[in-house]
Design a protein. Structure first.
Length: 285
């Protein structure tokens, strides 16, 4: 019994000392739920119209890839947007914030939890360097630094660099492509509006081999503090897209495979062998 009491006492002491080490007065208050402002569509550069209106600074090669993607989407295909198969958006697209996000600031790590597809970002602020050997992921590996820009003793900007990103990814649903080499670097400056603490900005600079120059956009988020509603978004639930090879098909209301676009050829069925068993229409697979 005494051993149990001692263990509880020690655990309490460690928790208390850890809590004291995290001086919340030094960090900004980014609690609550952050969402896109009303009327802002799901595109990467929210200051410009969607799709062709984005005018991303793509190289000639990747501009051609994007234009072919737009034609495929217009015909009913998915083009170069890979997320229809329910993989995460990845960075930097995750910061489009389709569903709201929550930011939790801790001494060594800041967690950015995006409700859509349960995407989680860990931003390490403990002074570490990027690992030399690390498995790439859709959200990448993020290292951050807190900055006190006005020297008032309280941090007001979080600078982040994200590397080690996994493909396939696109900037938004219009299929704006990132380079297949996976060497994307995303730099961010996240800060509150000085005149309105319920407004948050994220200045995002994307450096990628598909771009002729870094693409810089600024995103705006609005804080919701009352009646918070969090959604569980499970993309695979009810998803009727089926990718076979490089083609996307659909599962119809009757449960059968159907084309996703006009004049689409059926998939290669060479691995299915049909053997007639006697009756008309009686096929053994």
């Amino acid at each position: 019994m005494r051993g149990s009491i001692a263990a509880i006492t020690l655990a309490t002491a460690l928790f208390t000392s850890g809590a004291q080490a995290h001086d919340e007065s030094k960090y900004p208050d980014w609690s609550g739920q952050w969402k896109r402002p009303p009327g802002i569509a799901n595109q990467f550069d929210t200051s410009k119209p969607p799709r062709e209106g984005q005018k991303p600074p793509l190289t000639t090669e990747y501009q051609a890839i994007w234009e072919a993607n737009l034609k495929d989407q217009a015909a009913g295909g998915q083009g170069s947007d890979p997320t229809y198969i329910c993989i995460p958006d990845g960075m930097p697209r995750a910061m489009n914030v389709i569903f709201p996000m929550e930011i939790v600031i801790m001494p060594k790590t800041t967690y950015i939890m995006i409700e859509y597809l349960s995407m989680l970002r860990r931003v390490y602020t403990d002074g570490r360097s990027f690992p030399e050997d690390f498995e790439p992921s859709f959200m990448g590996y993020s290292i951050g630094k807190w900055v006190d820009t006005d020297n008032d003793g309280r941090y007001d900007v979080l600078e982040i660099e994200t590397r080690l990103l996994k493909n396939p990814r696109a900037f938004d649903a219009s299929g704006i492509p990132l380079h297949e080499d996976g060497k994307t670097v995303v730099r961010e400056r996240i800060y509150q509006d000085k005149s309105d603490p319920n407004v948050l900005y994220d200045e995002i600079t994307t450096i990628d081999s598909a771009l002729a120059q870094p693409w810089v956009v600024t995103k705006k988020y609005i804080r919701e503090t009352r009646s918070l509603i969090w959604f569980e978004s499970i993309c695979a639930e009810g998803n009727q897209h089926v990718r076979i090879g490089n083609e996307n098909y659909m599962v119809g209301a009757d449960g059968l495979l159907m084309p996703a676009k006009k004049n689409q050829l059926p998939p290669d069925l060479r691995h299915f062998k049909e053997e007639a068993t006697g009756g008309a229409g009686d096929v053994k697979r």
